[in-house]
Design a protein. Structure first.
Length: 235
């Protein structure tokens, strides 16, 4: 089951009254601790959360993760949990959705770390480029382009701070929604976008700008949450 099928499964899951009306019984005593989680509610909640996370991470996985193989693994796990759900094997479905949630979380951790490292390197390079350009101009009167460049740099510093905050808070999570780490990825992307815009407005030769930005073709596409296609693939 692939991307189109995921939407169909999500739609049917949301409109399945016979299953939502199903009861699940427990042999429960307060002596044994808190009431166990209802497998039906777990399955229905994770069917939504896991779908959302796979969708939001798709381009990032394709561009900087394990590619199509990793996406397919997550989708196949989701499909297995959904199949169990529609067979009324609710407890097994909840367990399968939970395993899928943990796998998605681990994927998000790897991706967030990759984005963190790449963004830190890009930030360093961009700051150096900005100051080298100012020295080259002998700190002449600040031009409009240089003022805009400084503003983009300020924006980048703010967004990377937000990204690092999300990353630090959720990097050690064991079993939780991936949204915190996904937010980190999206803020790292925002940082990159501001840094690329900074380079574009610098008062430097166009050929130098093009050469610099050419190193980050994949990042420029990824910033729009799209999958990068190399020239080799396009042929």
């Amino acid at each position: 089951m692939r991307k189109g099928m995921l939407f169909a499964v999500m739609f049917v899951l949301s409109l399945s009254p016979s299953l939502s009306a199903q009861t699940y019984s427990y042999d429960y005593s307060p002596l044994y601790g808190p009431l166990p989680l209802n497998p039906l509610s777990v399955a229905r909640r994770l069917s939504y959360e896991n779908f959302r996370s796979i969708k939001l991470l798709h381009a990032a996985i394709m561009n900087f993760g394990g590619g199509e193989a990793e996406v397919n693994k997550l989708v196949d796990q989701y499909a297995e949990a959904s199949a169990l759900y529609f067979q009324n094997r609710i407890k097994e479905s909840a367990e399968a959705f939970t395993r899928n949630q943990i796998e998605i979380l681990n994927t998000a951790k790897r991706l967030a770390l990759k984005y963190k490292e790449d963004t830190a390197a890009l930030l360093t390079d961009s700051i150096k480029l900005n100051f080298k350009n100012k020295f080259k101009k002998n700190f002449q009167e600040i031009r409009q382009g240089e003022a805009s460049a400084d503003k983009y740099l300020e924006n980048a510093q703010w967004s990377v701070s937000r990204a690092n905050d999300f990353y630090d808070r959720f990097k050690d999570a064991k079993a939780a929604p991936s949204l915190g780490l996904i937010n980190a990825v999206y803020y790292f992307r925002a940082t990159k976008e501001n840094l690329f815009n900074m380079v574009k407005v610098l008062n430097m030769d166009k050929a130098q700008k093009d050469e610099y930005l050419a190193k980050y073709k994949k990042d420029l596409v990824d910033n729009n949450n799209k999958v990068y296609e190399s020239k080799e693939k396009e042929k």
